[in-house]
Design a protein around this ligand. Structure first.
Ligand SMILES: CC(=O)[C@@H](O)[C@H](O)COP(=O)(O)O
Ligand SMILES: NCC(=O)COP(=O)(O)O
Length: 264
């Protein structure tokens, strides 16, 4: 069955919106991760961006400590996403240490490398391997040497998938945003064909397939039934929105039910 990693970026966004005693420290990313893993999620995902808009380097440290050997979430998986070429930066009173520094300190279960520019509103494209492949290779090798599983965020393109294998990745994460929007628009068949071809190319290249971005309770099942062998989905925006209505445990269980049904 496809496994679920819950992305807590938007919980951190809500926390950062308030300082002082009123709401300081709430929502608590660590407490939320405990609930999500307790409900059956494989782990948690964070995407610490240089401007500190939501997930911070400290949140990665918090979850890393919770998931360490003998810790309360020992065995859960930490997936940290970001652009490895983003170096140290200061934004207001937030010191971003650099994404590779965050990974070197945390050594997460999985590092998902995403080609986002610093001020980008959200992730909206995969890697351009013709431009970045040569400089990605050594970073992928370093991260694997640190014990991280490395996943590269790619558009659903067999050529991109093969290029990800060439730079030594363990996995690709198929960017599902355009699929999600096509599903909402009522015709996702062409996008599903592209994702299916990309997933098949990944299997041929020996890569495991992850998927993510704008997945939700409506579009997740059709996606998994059309695209073979998706090992993991990371979901944040829709799942946390659903959690406002059904609670986090209820939302996680609802997504896990979709994953289970799709795997039957
Ligand atoms: C890589 C991806 O598609 C998402 O994981 C990303 O984390 C979304 O970032 P925001 O939560 O900042 O939109
Ligand atoms: N990699 C995708 C992810 O972690 C969450 O994306 P979204 O569900 O917030 O769009």
């Amino acid at each position: 069955m496809t496994r679920l990693s819950v992305n807590f970026n938007k919980a951190a966004l809500m926390r950062n919106a308030r300082t002082g005693s009123t709401g300081a420290g709430r929502p608590n990313v660590g407490r939320l991760a405990r609930v999500a893993v307790g409900a059956g999620a494989v782990g948690a995902t964070l995407h610490p961006r240089p401007d500190g808009r939501h997930a911070l380097a400290a949140d990665v440290e918090t979850l890393r400590a919770l998931m360490g050997r003998g810790a309360p979430l020992d065995g859960a998986e930490l997936n940290v996403e970001g652009n490895p070429f983003e170096g140290p930066a200061r934004h207001g009173d937030y010191d971003f240490p650099g994404f590779m520094e965050i990974l070197r300190a945390a050594r997460p279960t999985q590092a998902t490398l995403v080609p986002d520019a610093a001020g980008q509103r959200t992730s909206d494209h995969g890697w351009d391997f013709a431009r970045d492949g040569a400089r990605l290779g050594p970073l992928v090798e370093e991260l694997r040497g640190l014990g991280c599983r490395v996943s590269l965020f790619v558009d659903p393109d067999p050529e991109a998938v093969r290029a990800a294998a060439d730079v030594g990745a363990d996995r690709v994460e198929l960017y599902t945003g355009p699929y999600a929007w096509a599903h909402t628009a009522g015709d996702a068949s062409a996008l599903l064909d592209r994702h299916r071809a990309a997933a098949e190319a990944a299997a041929e290249a020996g890569l495991t397939v992850n998927a993510g971005h704008d997945l939700d309770l409506e579009n997740l099942g059709p996606y998994l039934r059309a695209v073979p062998g998706v090992a993991e989905v990371s979901i944040g925006q829709a799942l946390l929105a659903d959690a406002l209505l059904m609670g986090l445990e209820g939302a996680v269980r609802a997504y896990l039910k979709v994953l289970a049904e799709a795997g039957e």
